[in-house]
Write a protein that binds this ligand. Sequence first.
Ligand SMILES: NC(=O)c1ccc[n+]([C@@H]2O[C@H](COP(=O)([O-])OP(=O)(O)OC[C@H]3O[C@@H](n4cnc5c(N)ncnc54)[C@H](OP(=O)(O)O)[C@@H]3O)[C@@H](O)[C@H]2O)c1
Length: 300
Amino acid sequence: MIETSDEQTPLTPVTVLGLGPMGRALASAFLNAGHQVTVWNRTSGKAGDLLDHGAVAAGSVQEAVRAGQVIIVCLIDYDAVQATLEPSQADWENRCLVNLTSGEPAQARQMSEWASSRGIDYLDGAILTPTPAIGTPSAAVLFSGAHDVYEAVQETMSAVGGAAVHLGDDPGQASAYEVALLDIFATSVNGIVHAFALASAEGIEPERFAAFATGIGGLLPEMITRFARQIQTGHYPGDRSTIASAASGITHIINTATTHGIDVGMLTAAKGIIDQAVADGYGTQGLARLSTMLHTRAVA
Ligand SMILES: NC(=O)c1ccc[n+]([C@@H]2O[C@H](COP(=O)([O-])OP(=O)(O)OC[C@H]3O[C@@H](n4cnc5c(N)ncnc54)[C@H](OP(=O)(O)O)[C@@H]3O)[C@@H](O)[C@H]2O)c1
């Protein structure tokens, strides 16, 4: 376990493995906070102006791990993390590995087990904000894994900015939040581009449409909060709108899109869930009820 610094001792040296846009943003934030920063990337020449600002480029993962006490890894996926760390033969004594790579909860738990089997102090994390937010108060990073490891790196990680949240000892929790939040993002992006395609097909100018579309988007925060309360309590009042009404509305979208030759795959899938809810007798209930209809098979 590393020792955290106080005002008399130098800041913890940090290593960043991975210099994609996020790795570079992280390294920059640690440099700005005054840490000694060592960087490594699979493909050389990606450090850019980090070196001008005091970062040191390591020639190998082993060398990079040796130079730091908090080792951040931020690569494209967990397979890349494994491919990077497994063969490295780095000495992890007195070091913490903080994995800020996006992935799946099961992968995070596997990674934690891998680290544990090698005696590596491991913390998993999920970055919820884009690169410009890193190092600013608007950064948002979730952490999960052993609490003592979190405590050991908390001060160092504060350079990333924002309010860090430790979600508990289960290393998969940060990824669990991330994938569920990405679920909102992925389906919303699909909804937005689909709506623009449909509006354009009906001769509506994108910028005129946007003025109304942002109004729809503005309804979502209140809806998320209200759905959370209903899902938590298992009570789905249909006083504002009902599933039966949604069945009618989504049919209009599908029919109109179909006349323009626009793909309706995602809408048809959504309609299938709505129709099932109506068939099961939930037509008079509110839309949050649909969240209980989505399991397609029993989980072993
Ligand atoms: N960018 C954002 O705004 C943002 C926001 C939140 C979370 N994240 C997460 O942060 C992580 C990094 O994202 P990013 O934006 O920096 O770019 P990225 O394109 O997701 O990852 C690029 C990095 O992954 C490395 N890499 C790819 N395949 C590899 C392999 N097989 N072995 C070793 N290294 C490999 C690249 O090295 P090479 O240069 O050698 O290809 C580079 O360092 C991702 O998990 C992403 O989801 C990013």
